[in-house]
Design a protein around this ligand. Structure first.
Ligand SMILES: Nc1ncnc2c1ncn2[C@@H]1O[C@H](COP(=O)(O)OP(=O)(O)OP(=O)(O)O)[C@@H](O)[C@H]1O
Ligand SMILES: [Mg+2]
Length: 307
């Protein structure tokens, strides 16, 4: 049985960590000197970059259910793209297709113009796709630092790690990885919790740990699945600020899958709306979120004050 320690890490991972995580991410974190802008309703959307990710005609079926029905969408570089829709619209299915957990029955996924439709999850991670989970996947018995250090390796076996509790001491991470992790922790406002066990943190901060861990992998595209789920209003606002900061300071592009339109509205630059497996609308939030058809499909799930 092997452990994901730095000393046993395969050469490919070592190259990755020495390369992208150690230099590119650090450079971007170092460059992050601008204060985080306030997340307000009046914010001007960032200019949309060229397509970082392209989903073309993707279809996913579960038995008789077509969860994604010939869906095409793009995620522009350098901004926040939101994928929204009511319950059962196919958002999580699309998220899983992009992250590699599901292979579609038809269609193509292009990341930086490379076809990754059949690439493994770890392959996608190496190319710069990092994801968080709808349900928190932290090692509660490990410190915040150890949890974030896990992001610097592409060889995590969660079941194995959970069985290893308590985890501290398992990771003989070298100083470079530690530095990357500490910077990601700082960026996510977790500095005071660095040595705290993840299980002792309040829920909102635990979500930040998950984000820091994803950032420690040096992603170009960060995939967030329902990041505000289970949060109170204050935690939700704090998370919104953090997502904005990640995009503006690190130049990381974000695709956020959300049910809650009111969470997405203040900081999304581009929006796709799914409904019953099909793409209903795509465009700027100012246009899409006031679209009568979009408002109609949301009426059953949002109060009048939200829609
Ligand atoms: N593993 C599965 N097996 C069978 N049906 C599934 C599976 N996953 C999703 N579905 C079905 O596919 C459709 C889309 O589900 P999906 O979870 O992608 O929607 P969603 O937009 O994420 O919804 P929610 O807002 O409730 O999270 C639904 O009808 C769902 O019941
Ligand atoms: Mg879902």
């Amino acid at each position: 049985m092997t452990t994901p320690s730095a000393t046993r890490r395969p050469p490919a991972a070592r190259r990755l960590l020495r390369g992208r995580a150690d230099t590119a991410l650090r450079r971007r974190i170092d460059a992050g000197v601008r204060p985080a802008p306030a997340v307000t309703e009046a914010r001007t959307p960032r200019p949309l970059g060229d397509p970082l990710l392209r989903v073309e005609d993707v279809t996913v079926r579960f038995g008789g259910v077509t969860a994604n029905d010939s869906v095409s969408l793009v995620v522009p570089r350098g901004c926040v793209t939101a994928l929204i829709g009511p319950n059962g619209a196919g958002k999580t299915t699309m998220f899983n297709v992009v992250s590699g957990a599901i292979t579609p029955a038809a269609g193509t996924i292009l990341f930086e113009d490379r076809d990754i439709t059949r690439s493994s999850v770890s392959d996608r991670a190496r190319r710069g796709l990092a994801r968080t989970f709808q349900n928190l996947e932290l090692v509660d018995t490990a410190t915040v630092l150890d949890n974030v250090l896990l992001g610097t390796t592409q060889y995590v076996r969660w079941g194995f790690l959970r069985a290893m509790a308590p985890v501290p001491g398992v990771f003989q991470a070298d100083e470079r990885l530690r530095e990357v992790a500490v910077r990601a922790i700082g960026l996510c406002d977790l500095g005071p919790y660095t040595r705290e066990l993840a299980g002792n943190l309040p829920y909102g901060k635990r979500r930040h740990v998950e984000l820091a861990r994803a950032l420690a992998a040096g992603p170009r595209l960060l995939l967030l699945d329902e990041p505000s789920a289970g949060m109170d209003a204050e935690e939700t606002a704090e998370l919104g600020h953090l997502i904005v900061r990640i995009v503006d300071r690190l130049g990381v592009s974000v695709l956020v899958v959300e049910h809650d339109m009111s969470f997405v509205r203040p900081f999304a630059d581009y929006v796709h709306v799914l409904n019953q497996g099909r793409l209903l609308r795509s465009g700027l939030p100012a246009d899409v979120l006031v679209d009568p058809e979009v408002r109609r499909i949301y009426l059953g799930t949002l109060g009048a004050g939200h829609a």
